[in-house]
Design a protein around this ligand. Sequence first.
Ligand SMILES: Nc1nc2c(c(=O)[nH]1)N[C@H]1C(S)=C(S)[C@@H](COP(=O)(O)OP(=O)(O)OC[C@H]3O[C@@H](n4cnc5c(=O)[nH]c(N)nc54)[C@H](O)[C@@H]3O)O[C@H]1N2
Ligand SMILES: Nc1nc2c(c(=O)[nH]1)N[C@H]1C(S)=C(S)[C@@H](COP(=O)(O)OP(=O)(O)OC[C@H]3O[C@@H](n4cnc5c(=O)[nH]c(N)nc54)[C@H](O)[C@@H]3O)O[C@H]1N2
Ligand code: SF4
Ligand SMILES: [Mo]
Length: 758
Amino acid sequence: MTEPTADWQASACILCECNCGIVVQVQDRRLARIRGDKQHPASRGYTCNKALRLDHYQNSRNRLTSPMRRRPDGTYEEIDWDTAIAEIAAGLQAIATTHGGDKIMYYGGGGQGNHLGGAYSGAVLKALGSHHRSNALAQEKTGEHWVDAHFYGGHTRGEFEHAEVSVFVGKNPWMSQSFPRARVVLNEISKDPARSMVVIDPVVTDTAKMADFHLRVRPGTDAWCLAALAGVLVQEKLCDEDFLAQHVNGVDAVREVLAEVPVGEYARRCGVDEDLVRAVARRIGTAGSVAVFEDLGVQQSPNSTLCSYLNKMLWILTGNFGKRGAQHLHSSFAPLFRPGGVGRTPVTGAPIIGGLMPSNVVPEEILTDHPDRFRALIVESSNPAHSVADSGAVARAFAELELLVVIDVAMTETARLAHYVLPAASQFEKVEATFFNLEFPHNTFHLRHRLMEPLPGTLPEPEIWARLMRALGVVDDAELTPLRRAAAQGLPAFTEAFLAAVGANPGLGKVLPFVLYETLGPSLPEGLSGAAALWGLAQKAAMTYPEAVRRAGHADGNALFEAILTERSGVTFTVHEYEDDFALIAHPDRRIALEMPEMLADIRALVDTPAGRTDAEFPIVLSAGERRAFTANDIIRDPSWRTRDTDGALRVSVEDAASLGLVDGGRARITTAAGSAEATVEVTAAMLPGHAALPNGYGLDFADADGGAEVPGVAPNALTSSTWRDAYAGTPWHKHVPARIEKVVEKAEAAGRVPAMS
Ligand SMILES: Nc1nc2c(c(=O)[nH]1)N[C@H]1C(S)=C(S)[C@@H](COP(=O)(O)OP(=O)(O)OC[C@H]3O[C@@H](n4cnc5c(=O)[nH]c(N)nc54)[C@H](O)[C@@H]3O)O[C@H]1N2
Ligand SMILES: Nc1nc2c(c(=O)[nH]1)N[C@H]1C(S)=C(S)[C@@H](COP(=O)(O)OP(=O)(O)OC[C@H]3O[C@@H](n4cnc5c(=O)[nH]c(N)nc54)[C@H](O)[C@@H]3O)O[C@H]1N2
Ligand code: SF4
Ligand SMILES: [Mo]
């Protein structure tokens, strides 16, 4: 092997929402060497173990290199781009004309590293009259978003770097990261005697091991634990009364309900010592600053929306907002949710929150003879046939679609159900970015330049969407000519021409990303045309947060856009002051609105709500989809990226292993109401009796040239059910699937022979 000679080029890791900055040496299209990028304003050189394995994504043998069309016998043939675009545009148009554009649904729009494609999809969907969509956020964050929308109309993040007390609820940041430099920050907290870490998790996770307080709740009982904690805050007078009087509405109604919480009884119901619950509440109630992170352990478990509501009491009642080390609203470069109230899906009437229908109802919205069922689906950068509950139901529903189009880099489980598959350039072969810009007081945005040309046969998504748009023929190209000319003269001229053009024809504003791609795109430096849509977002950021954008060193929207194009390691786009938190509250009175009658009724009802959901047939709670050292959703298909846990072990407690006759490294069959699978067993004291866990991201098939495929581990959604979901948000209970586990008797043992010991 020759030594890489290329320069270090800046990019980012695409395996989780942190998108840590990396620098890469490329050799023969390989990501030959990867390091953390010290220049990146958020990650500052940090990466976890996974970033070094990114070449397994870039150079997977399952990469697509040509548009594909399904033949009647289910096999695929390669077709050229012009044919694919023309046929897909005609197919979508036909469905829009016959049944209405709202029968076309869109799923996905970006994974952990790529949101530019999704930004361009909007123009095509609007042109077709399609507005229904869903994505993975509707499998986790919509319940929390509903509560957030009511409280303050925004999204909050904790400032763990400076928090005196950090609370992780159903969140294992040592493994799953999710905030900048997670392991560095966790180490700092655990070493500092003046700071505390609270972890609420049934499992002794790597994070729980570092915690000062581990509330080891029984799975699915967080609502009682959180109600008890909030109850203590009220009953022991640990609330920040000045803060509540000045900044919060609806406190009395909440206080009344929490005053009645039977703390001792709820502590028993969640399996945590009452003294420990009280000690944690006192630590939180007397701290100088508290930051909180709730994640899938509660968001994908029973009572998930109620847990989001209760969890936020911990920092709101104690006034941990608008100060260093506390919880913050933050600026956003492009919001992940749409504004507006809760809508309803056309077939099942499920809640549409933040513009997203629950992933779980997607099959039911297709597989029916209801006249308003979806007839076409476009999937971009997502693998719902593997990542959405009940993979069997998803596959049956997708088979009924008149048109399924998948845009992906690889031949996925979902692509194999599609009528057309469009091959995207990888995230290292095009300009890319994410809208996971969630920090305060310094918020960052990183435009990644491509490291190499697109793999022959592939196209970046902005170009795919532009071609579909041109084929639909909605925009008269003559209208774009003046804008193109102005763009060639520079951003000030373009800004002026743009305002004039949209003033004259507001219709152009509706298909804005396309207009920008077609007009500003060609004038941008080589390889950056896909960044054109960011011009509009930069203008919006500068208008929404004028002071904070100026403090970050950008005079106006054009200056911010120029900085985004130039800075290879990312830019800080807003710098806030702590008081700004209050201005970021969306309500006109800039106060937090704490009272939600449904949630208060649910807290009252906890007294009579059963906590257990297992039964004699399915006595064990399975957490289907735990984050581990070598999981990264469905992003890397090549199993050789993993250096350990290659089978994705089923983790079981010592007690369950003993009673079920399971041994470490042995095999077990796991059965749920939805399906059954076989896994390798890991016996561990980290699990509570009656609780087992399988990792996410396993059970992906990795095809070889002979048509065979390796499928390591268990696909978690072979075991989950569509109907197993939250009443308010429809989010799945992936972490709480009633299951039965049985020992798989090896052939040798069954035949009465004792396996040789080695
Ligand atoms: N390594 C790795 N990191 C990732 C990802 C990945 O695939 N791999 N994916 C990214 C994505 S998309 C996301 S959304 C995040 C998710 O990040 P996390 O939410 O941290 O990930 P999980 O491991 O799924 O679940 C968190 C914890 O919930 C606990 N849990 C299970 N049941 C319960 C319960 O009833 N109550 C409580 N309190 N806890 C419970 C589990 O023991 C686990 O420790 O991770 C991101 N980071
Ligand atoms: N049982 C269970 N199910 C779960 C979870 C769980 O914990 N348990 N977690 C849920 C959560 S939190 C999440 S976030 C979802 C994630 O599930 P998905 O929404 O399916 O997202 P990813 O796994 O990130 O899938 C990314 C897809 O994008 C493709 N891709 C990568 N780069 C590009 C690109 O540049 N362009 C295009 N067009 N495609 C690209 C990859 O090949 C892959 O097919 O899974 C959910 N499903
Ligand atoms: S997986 Fe997440 S935390 Fe790890 S390097 Fe990648 S972006 Fe950073
Ligand atoms: Mo996620």
